[in-house]
Design a protein around this ligand. Sequence first.
Ligand SMILES: NC(=O)c1ccc[n+]([C@@H]2O[C@H](COP(=O)([O-])OP(=O)(O)OC[C@H]3O[C@@H](n4cnc5c(N)ncnc54)[C@H](O)[C@@H]3O)[C@@H](O)[C@H]2O)c1
Length: 261
Amino acid sequence: MGRLEGRVALVTGAARGIGLAAAERLACEGATVVATDVDAEAGRAAADRIGATFLRHDVADEAQWQAVVAAVRERHGALHAVVNNAGIEGDPEAAKDPEHAPLADWNRIFAVNAGGVFLGCKHTIPLLAQSGGGSIVNVASVATLVPTPFITAYGAAKSAVVHLTQSVALHCAQAGHRIRCNSVHPGQVNTPMLQGLFARFAAQAGVSAEAFGENFRQTIPLGAYQEPADIAAAILFLVSDESRYVTGQALAVDGGYALAH
Ligand SMILES: NC(=O)c1ccc[n+]([C@@H]2O[C@H](COP(=O)([O-])OP(=O)(O)OC[C@H]3O[C@@H](n4cnc5c(N)ncnc54)[C@H](O)[C@@H]3O)[C@@H](O)[C@H]2O)c1
């Protein structure tokens, strides 16, 4: 019997990368998974493959959150786990340092990476509470643990998620909701997001993507990039009852990167 039999779980940004791995892992453990993403085509195909249901959903849009939660309530009658995973690095053409970053890019990154997580907590807490409690896992980043002037808004928005997570955890505990809320902090995970970022950094440095990737790998104390399944395993722990007294915590899955930087 799986660790999540009888549970309903919602995973955002589940069309690919970490979100897809998390959705798949939760489904393998017996959860009924609702996968959402802005990319409907890839999201639907991924959800079909792992036996999840799919809803198109922009996490930065409050009305869409209301519609998603209403659909989960109608179809499944309950919700026990939420993985606020959807995130963006922003406009690849825009400057990211604090001296030159355009406000529009800052605002969009905050709307998705911080606002989307806020809305995800706000709109799922009532259904989680009515379902007898549950677990919210917010996907932040190692960027909250080290300064990141090359991705300023991203690091700042992810840092907001840490504080939000603690506030949600304490609010839910004090309200007697039996809802836990924690954050997971991936380091460098082999996904389309990291590949895009590294391709740009390599071009800026005038080296090949392979050379850049190999140099960077050597700065990770455990000597390897993480795979999406590594982050999914941490998410599963925080969703499952094995972490039933863990709330308001930040769990880094970064191969020791933050320790060394
Ligand atoms: N890959 C890494 O190294 C890494 C490191 C630290 C943190 N993270 C975080 O992990 C999460 C997943 O990252 P990933 O590497 O799998 O990224 P990815 O770009 O490979 O996948 C992100 C998914 O989110 C979806 N998405 C984007 N904007 C959305 C929106 N507004 N509403 C709904 N869905 C949206 C995309 O369509 C895509 O399917 C993100 O929050 C990211 O910031 C990733």
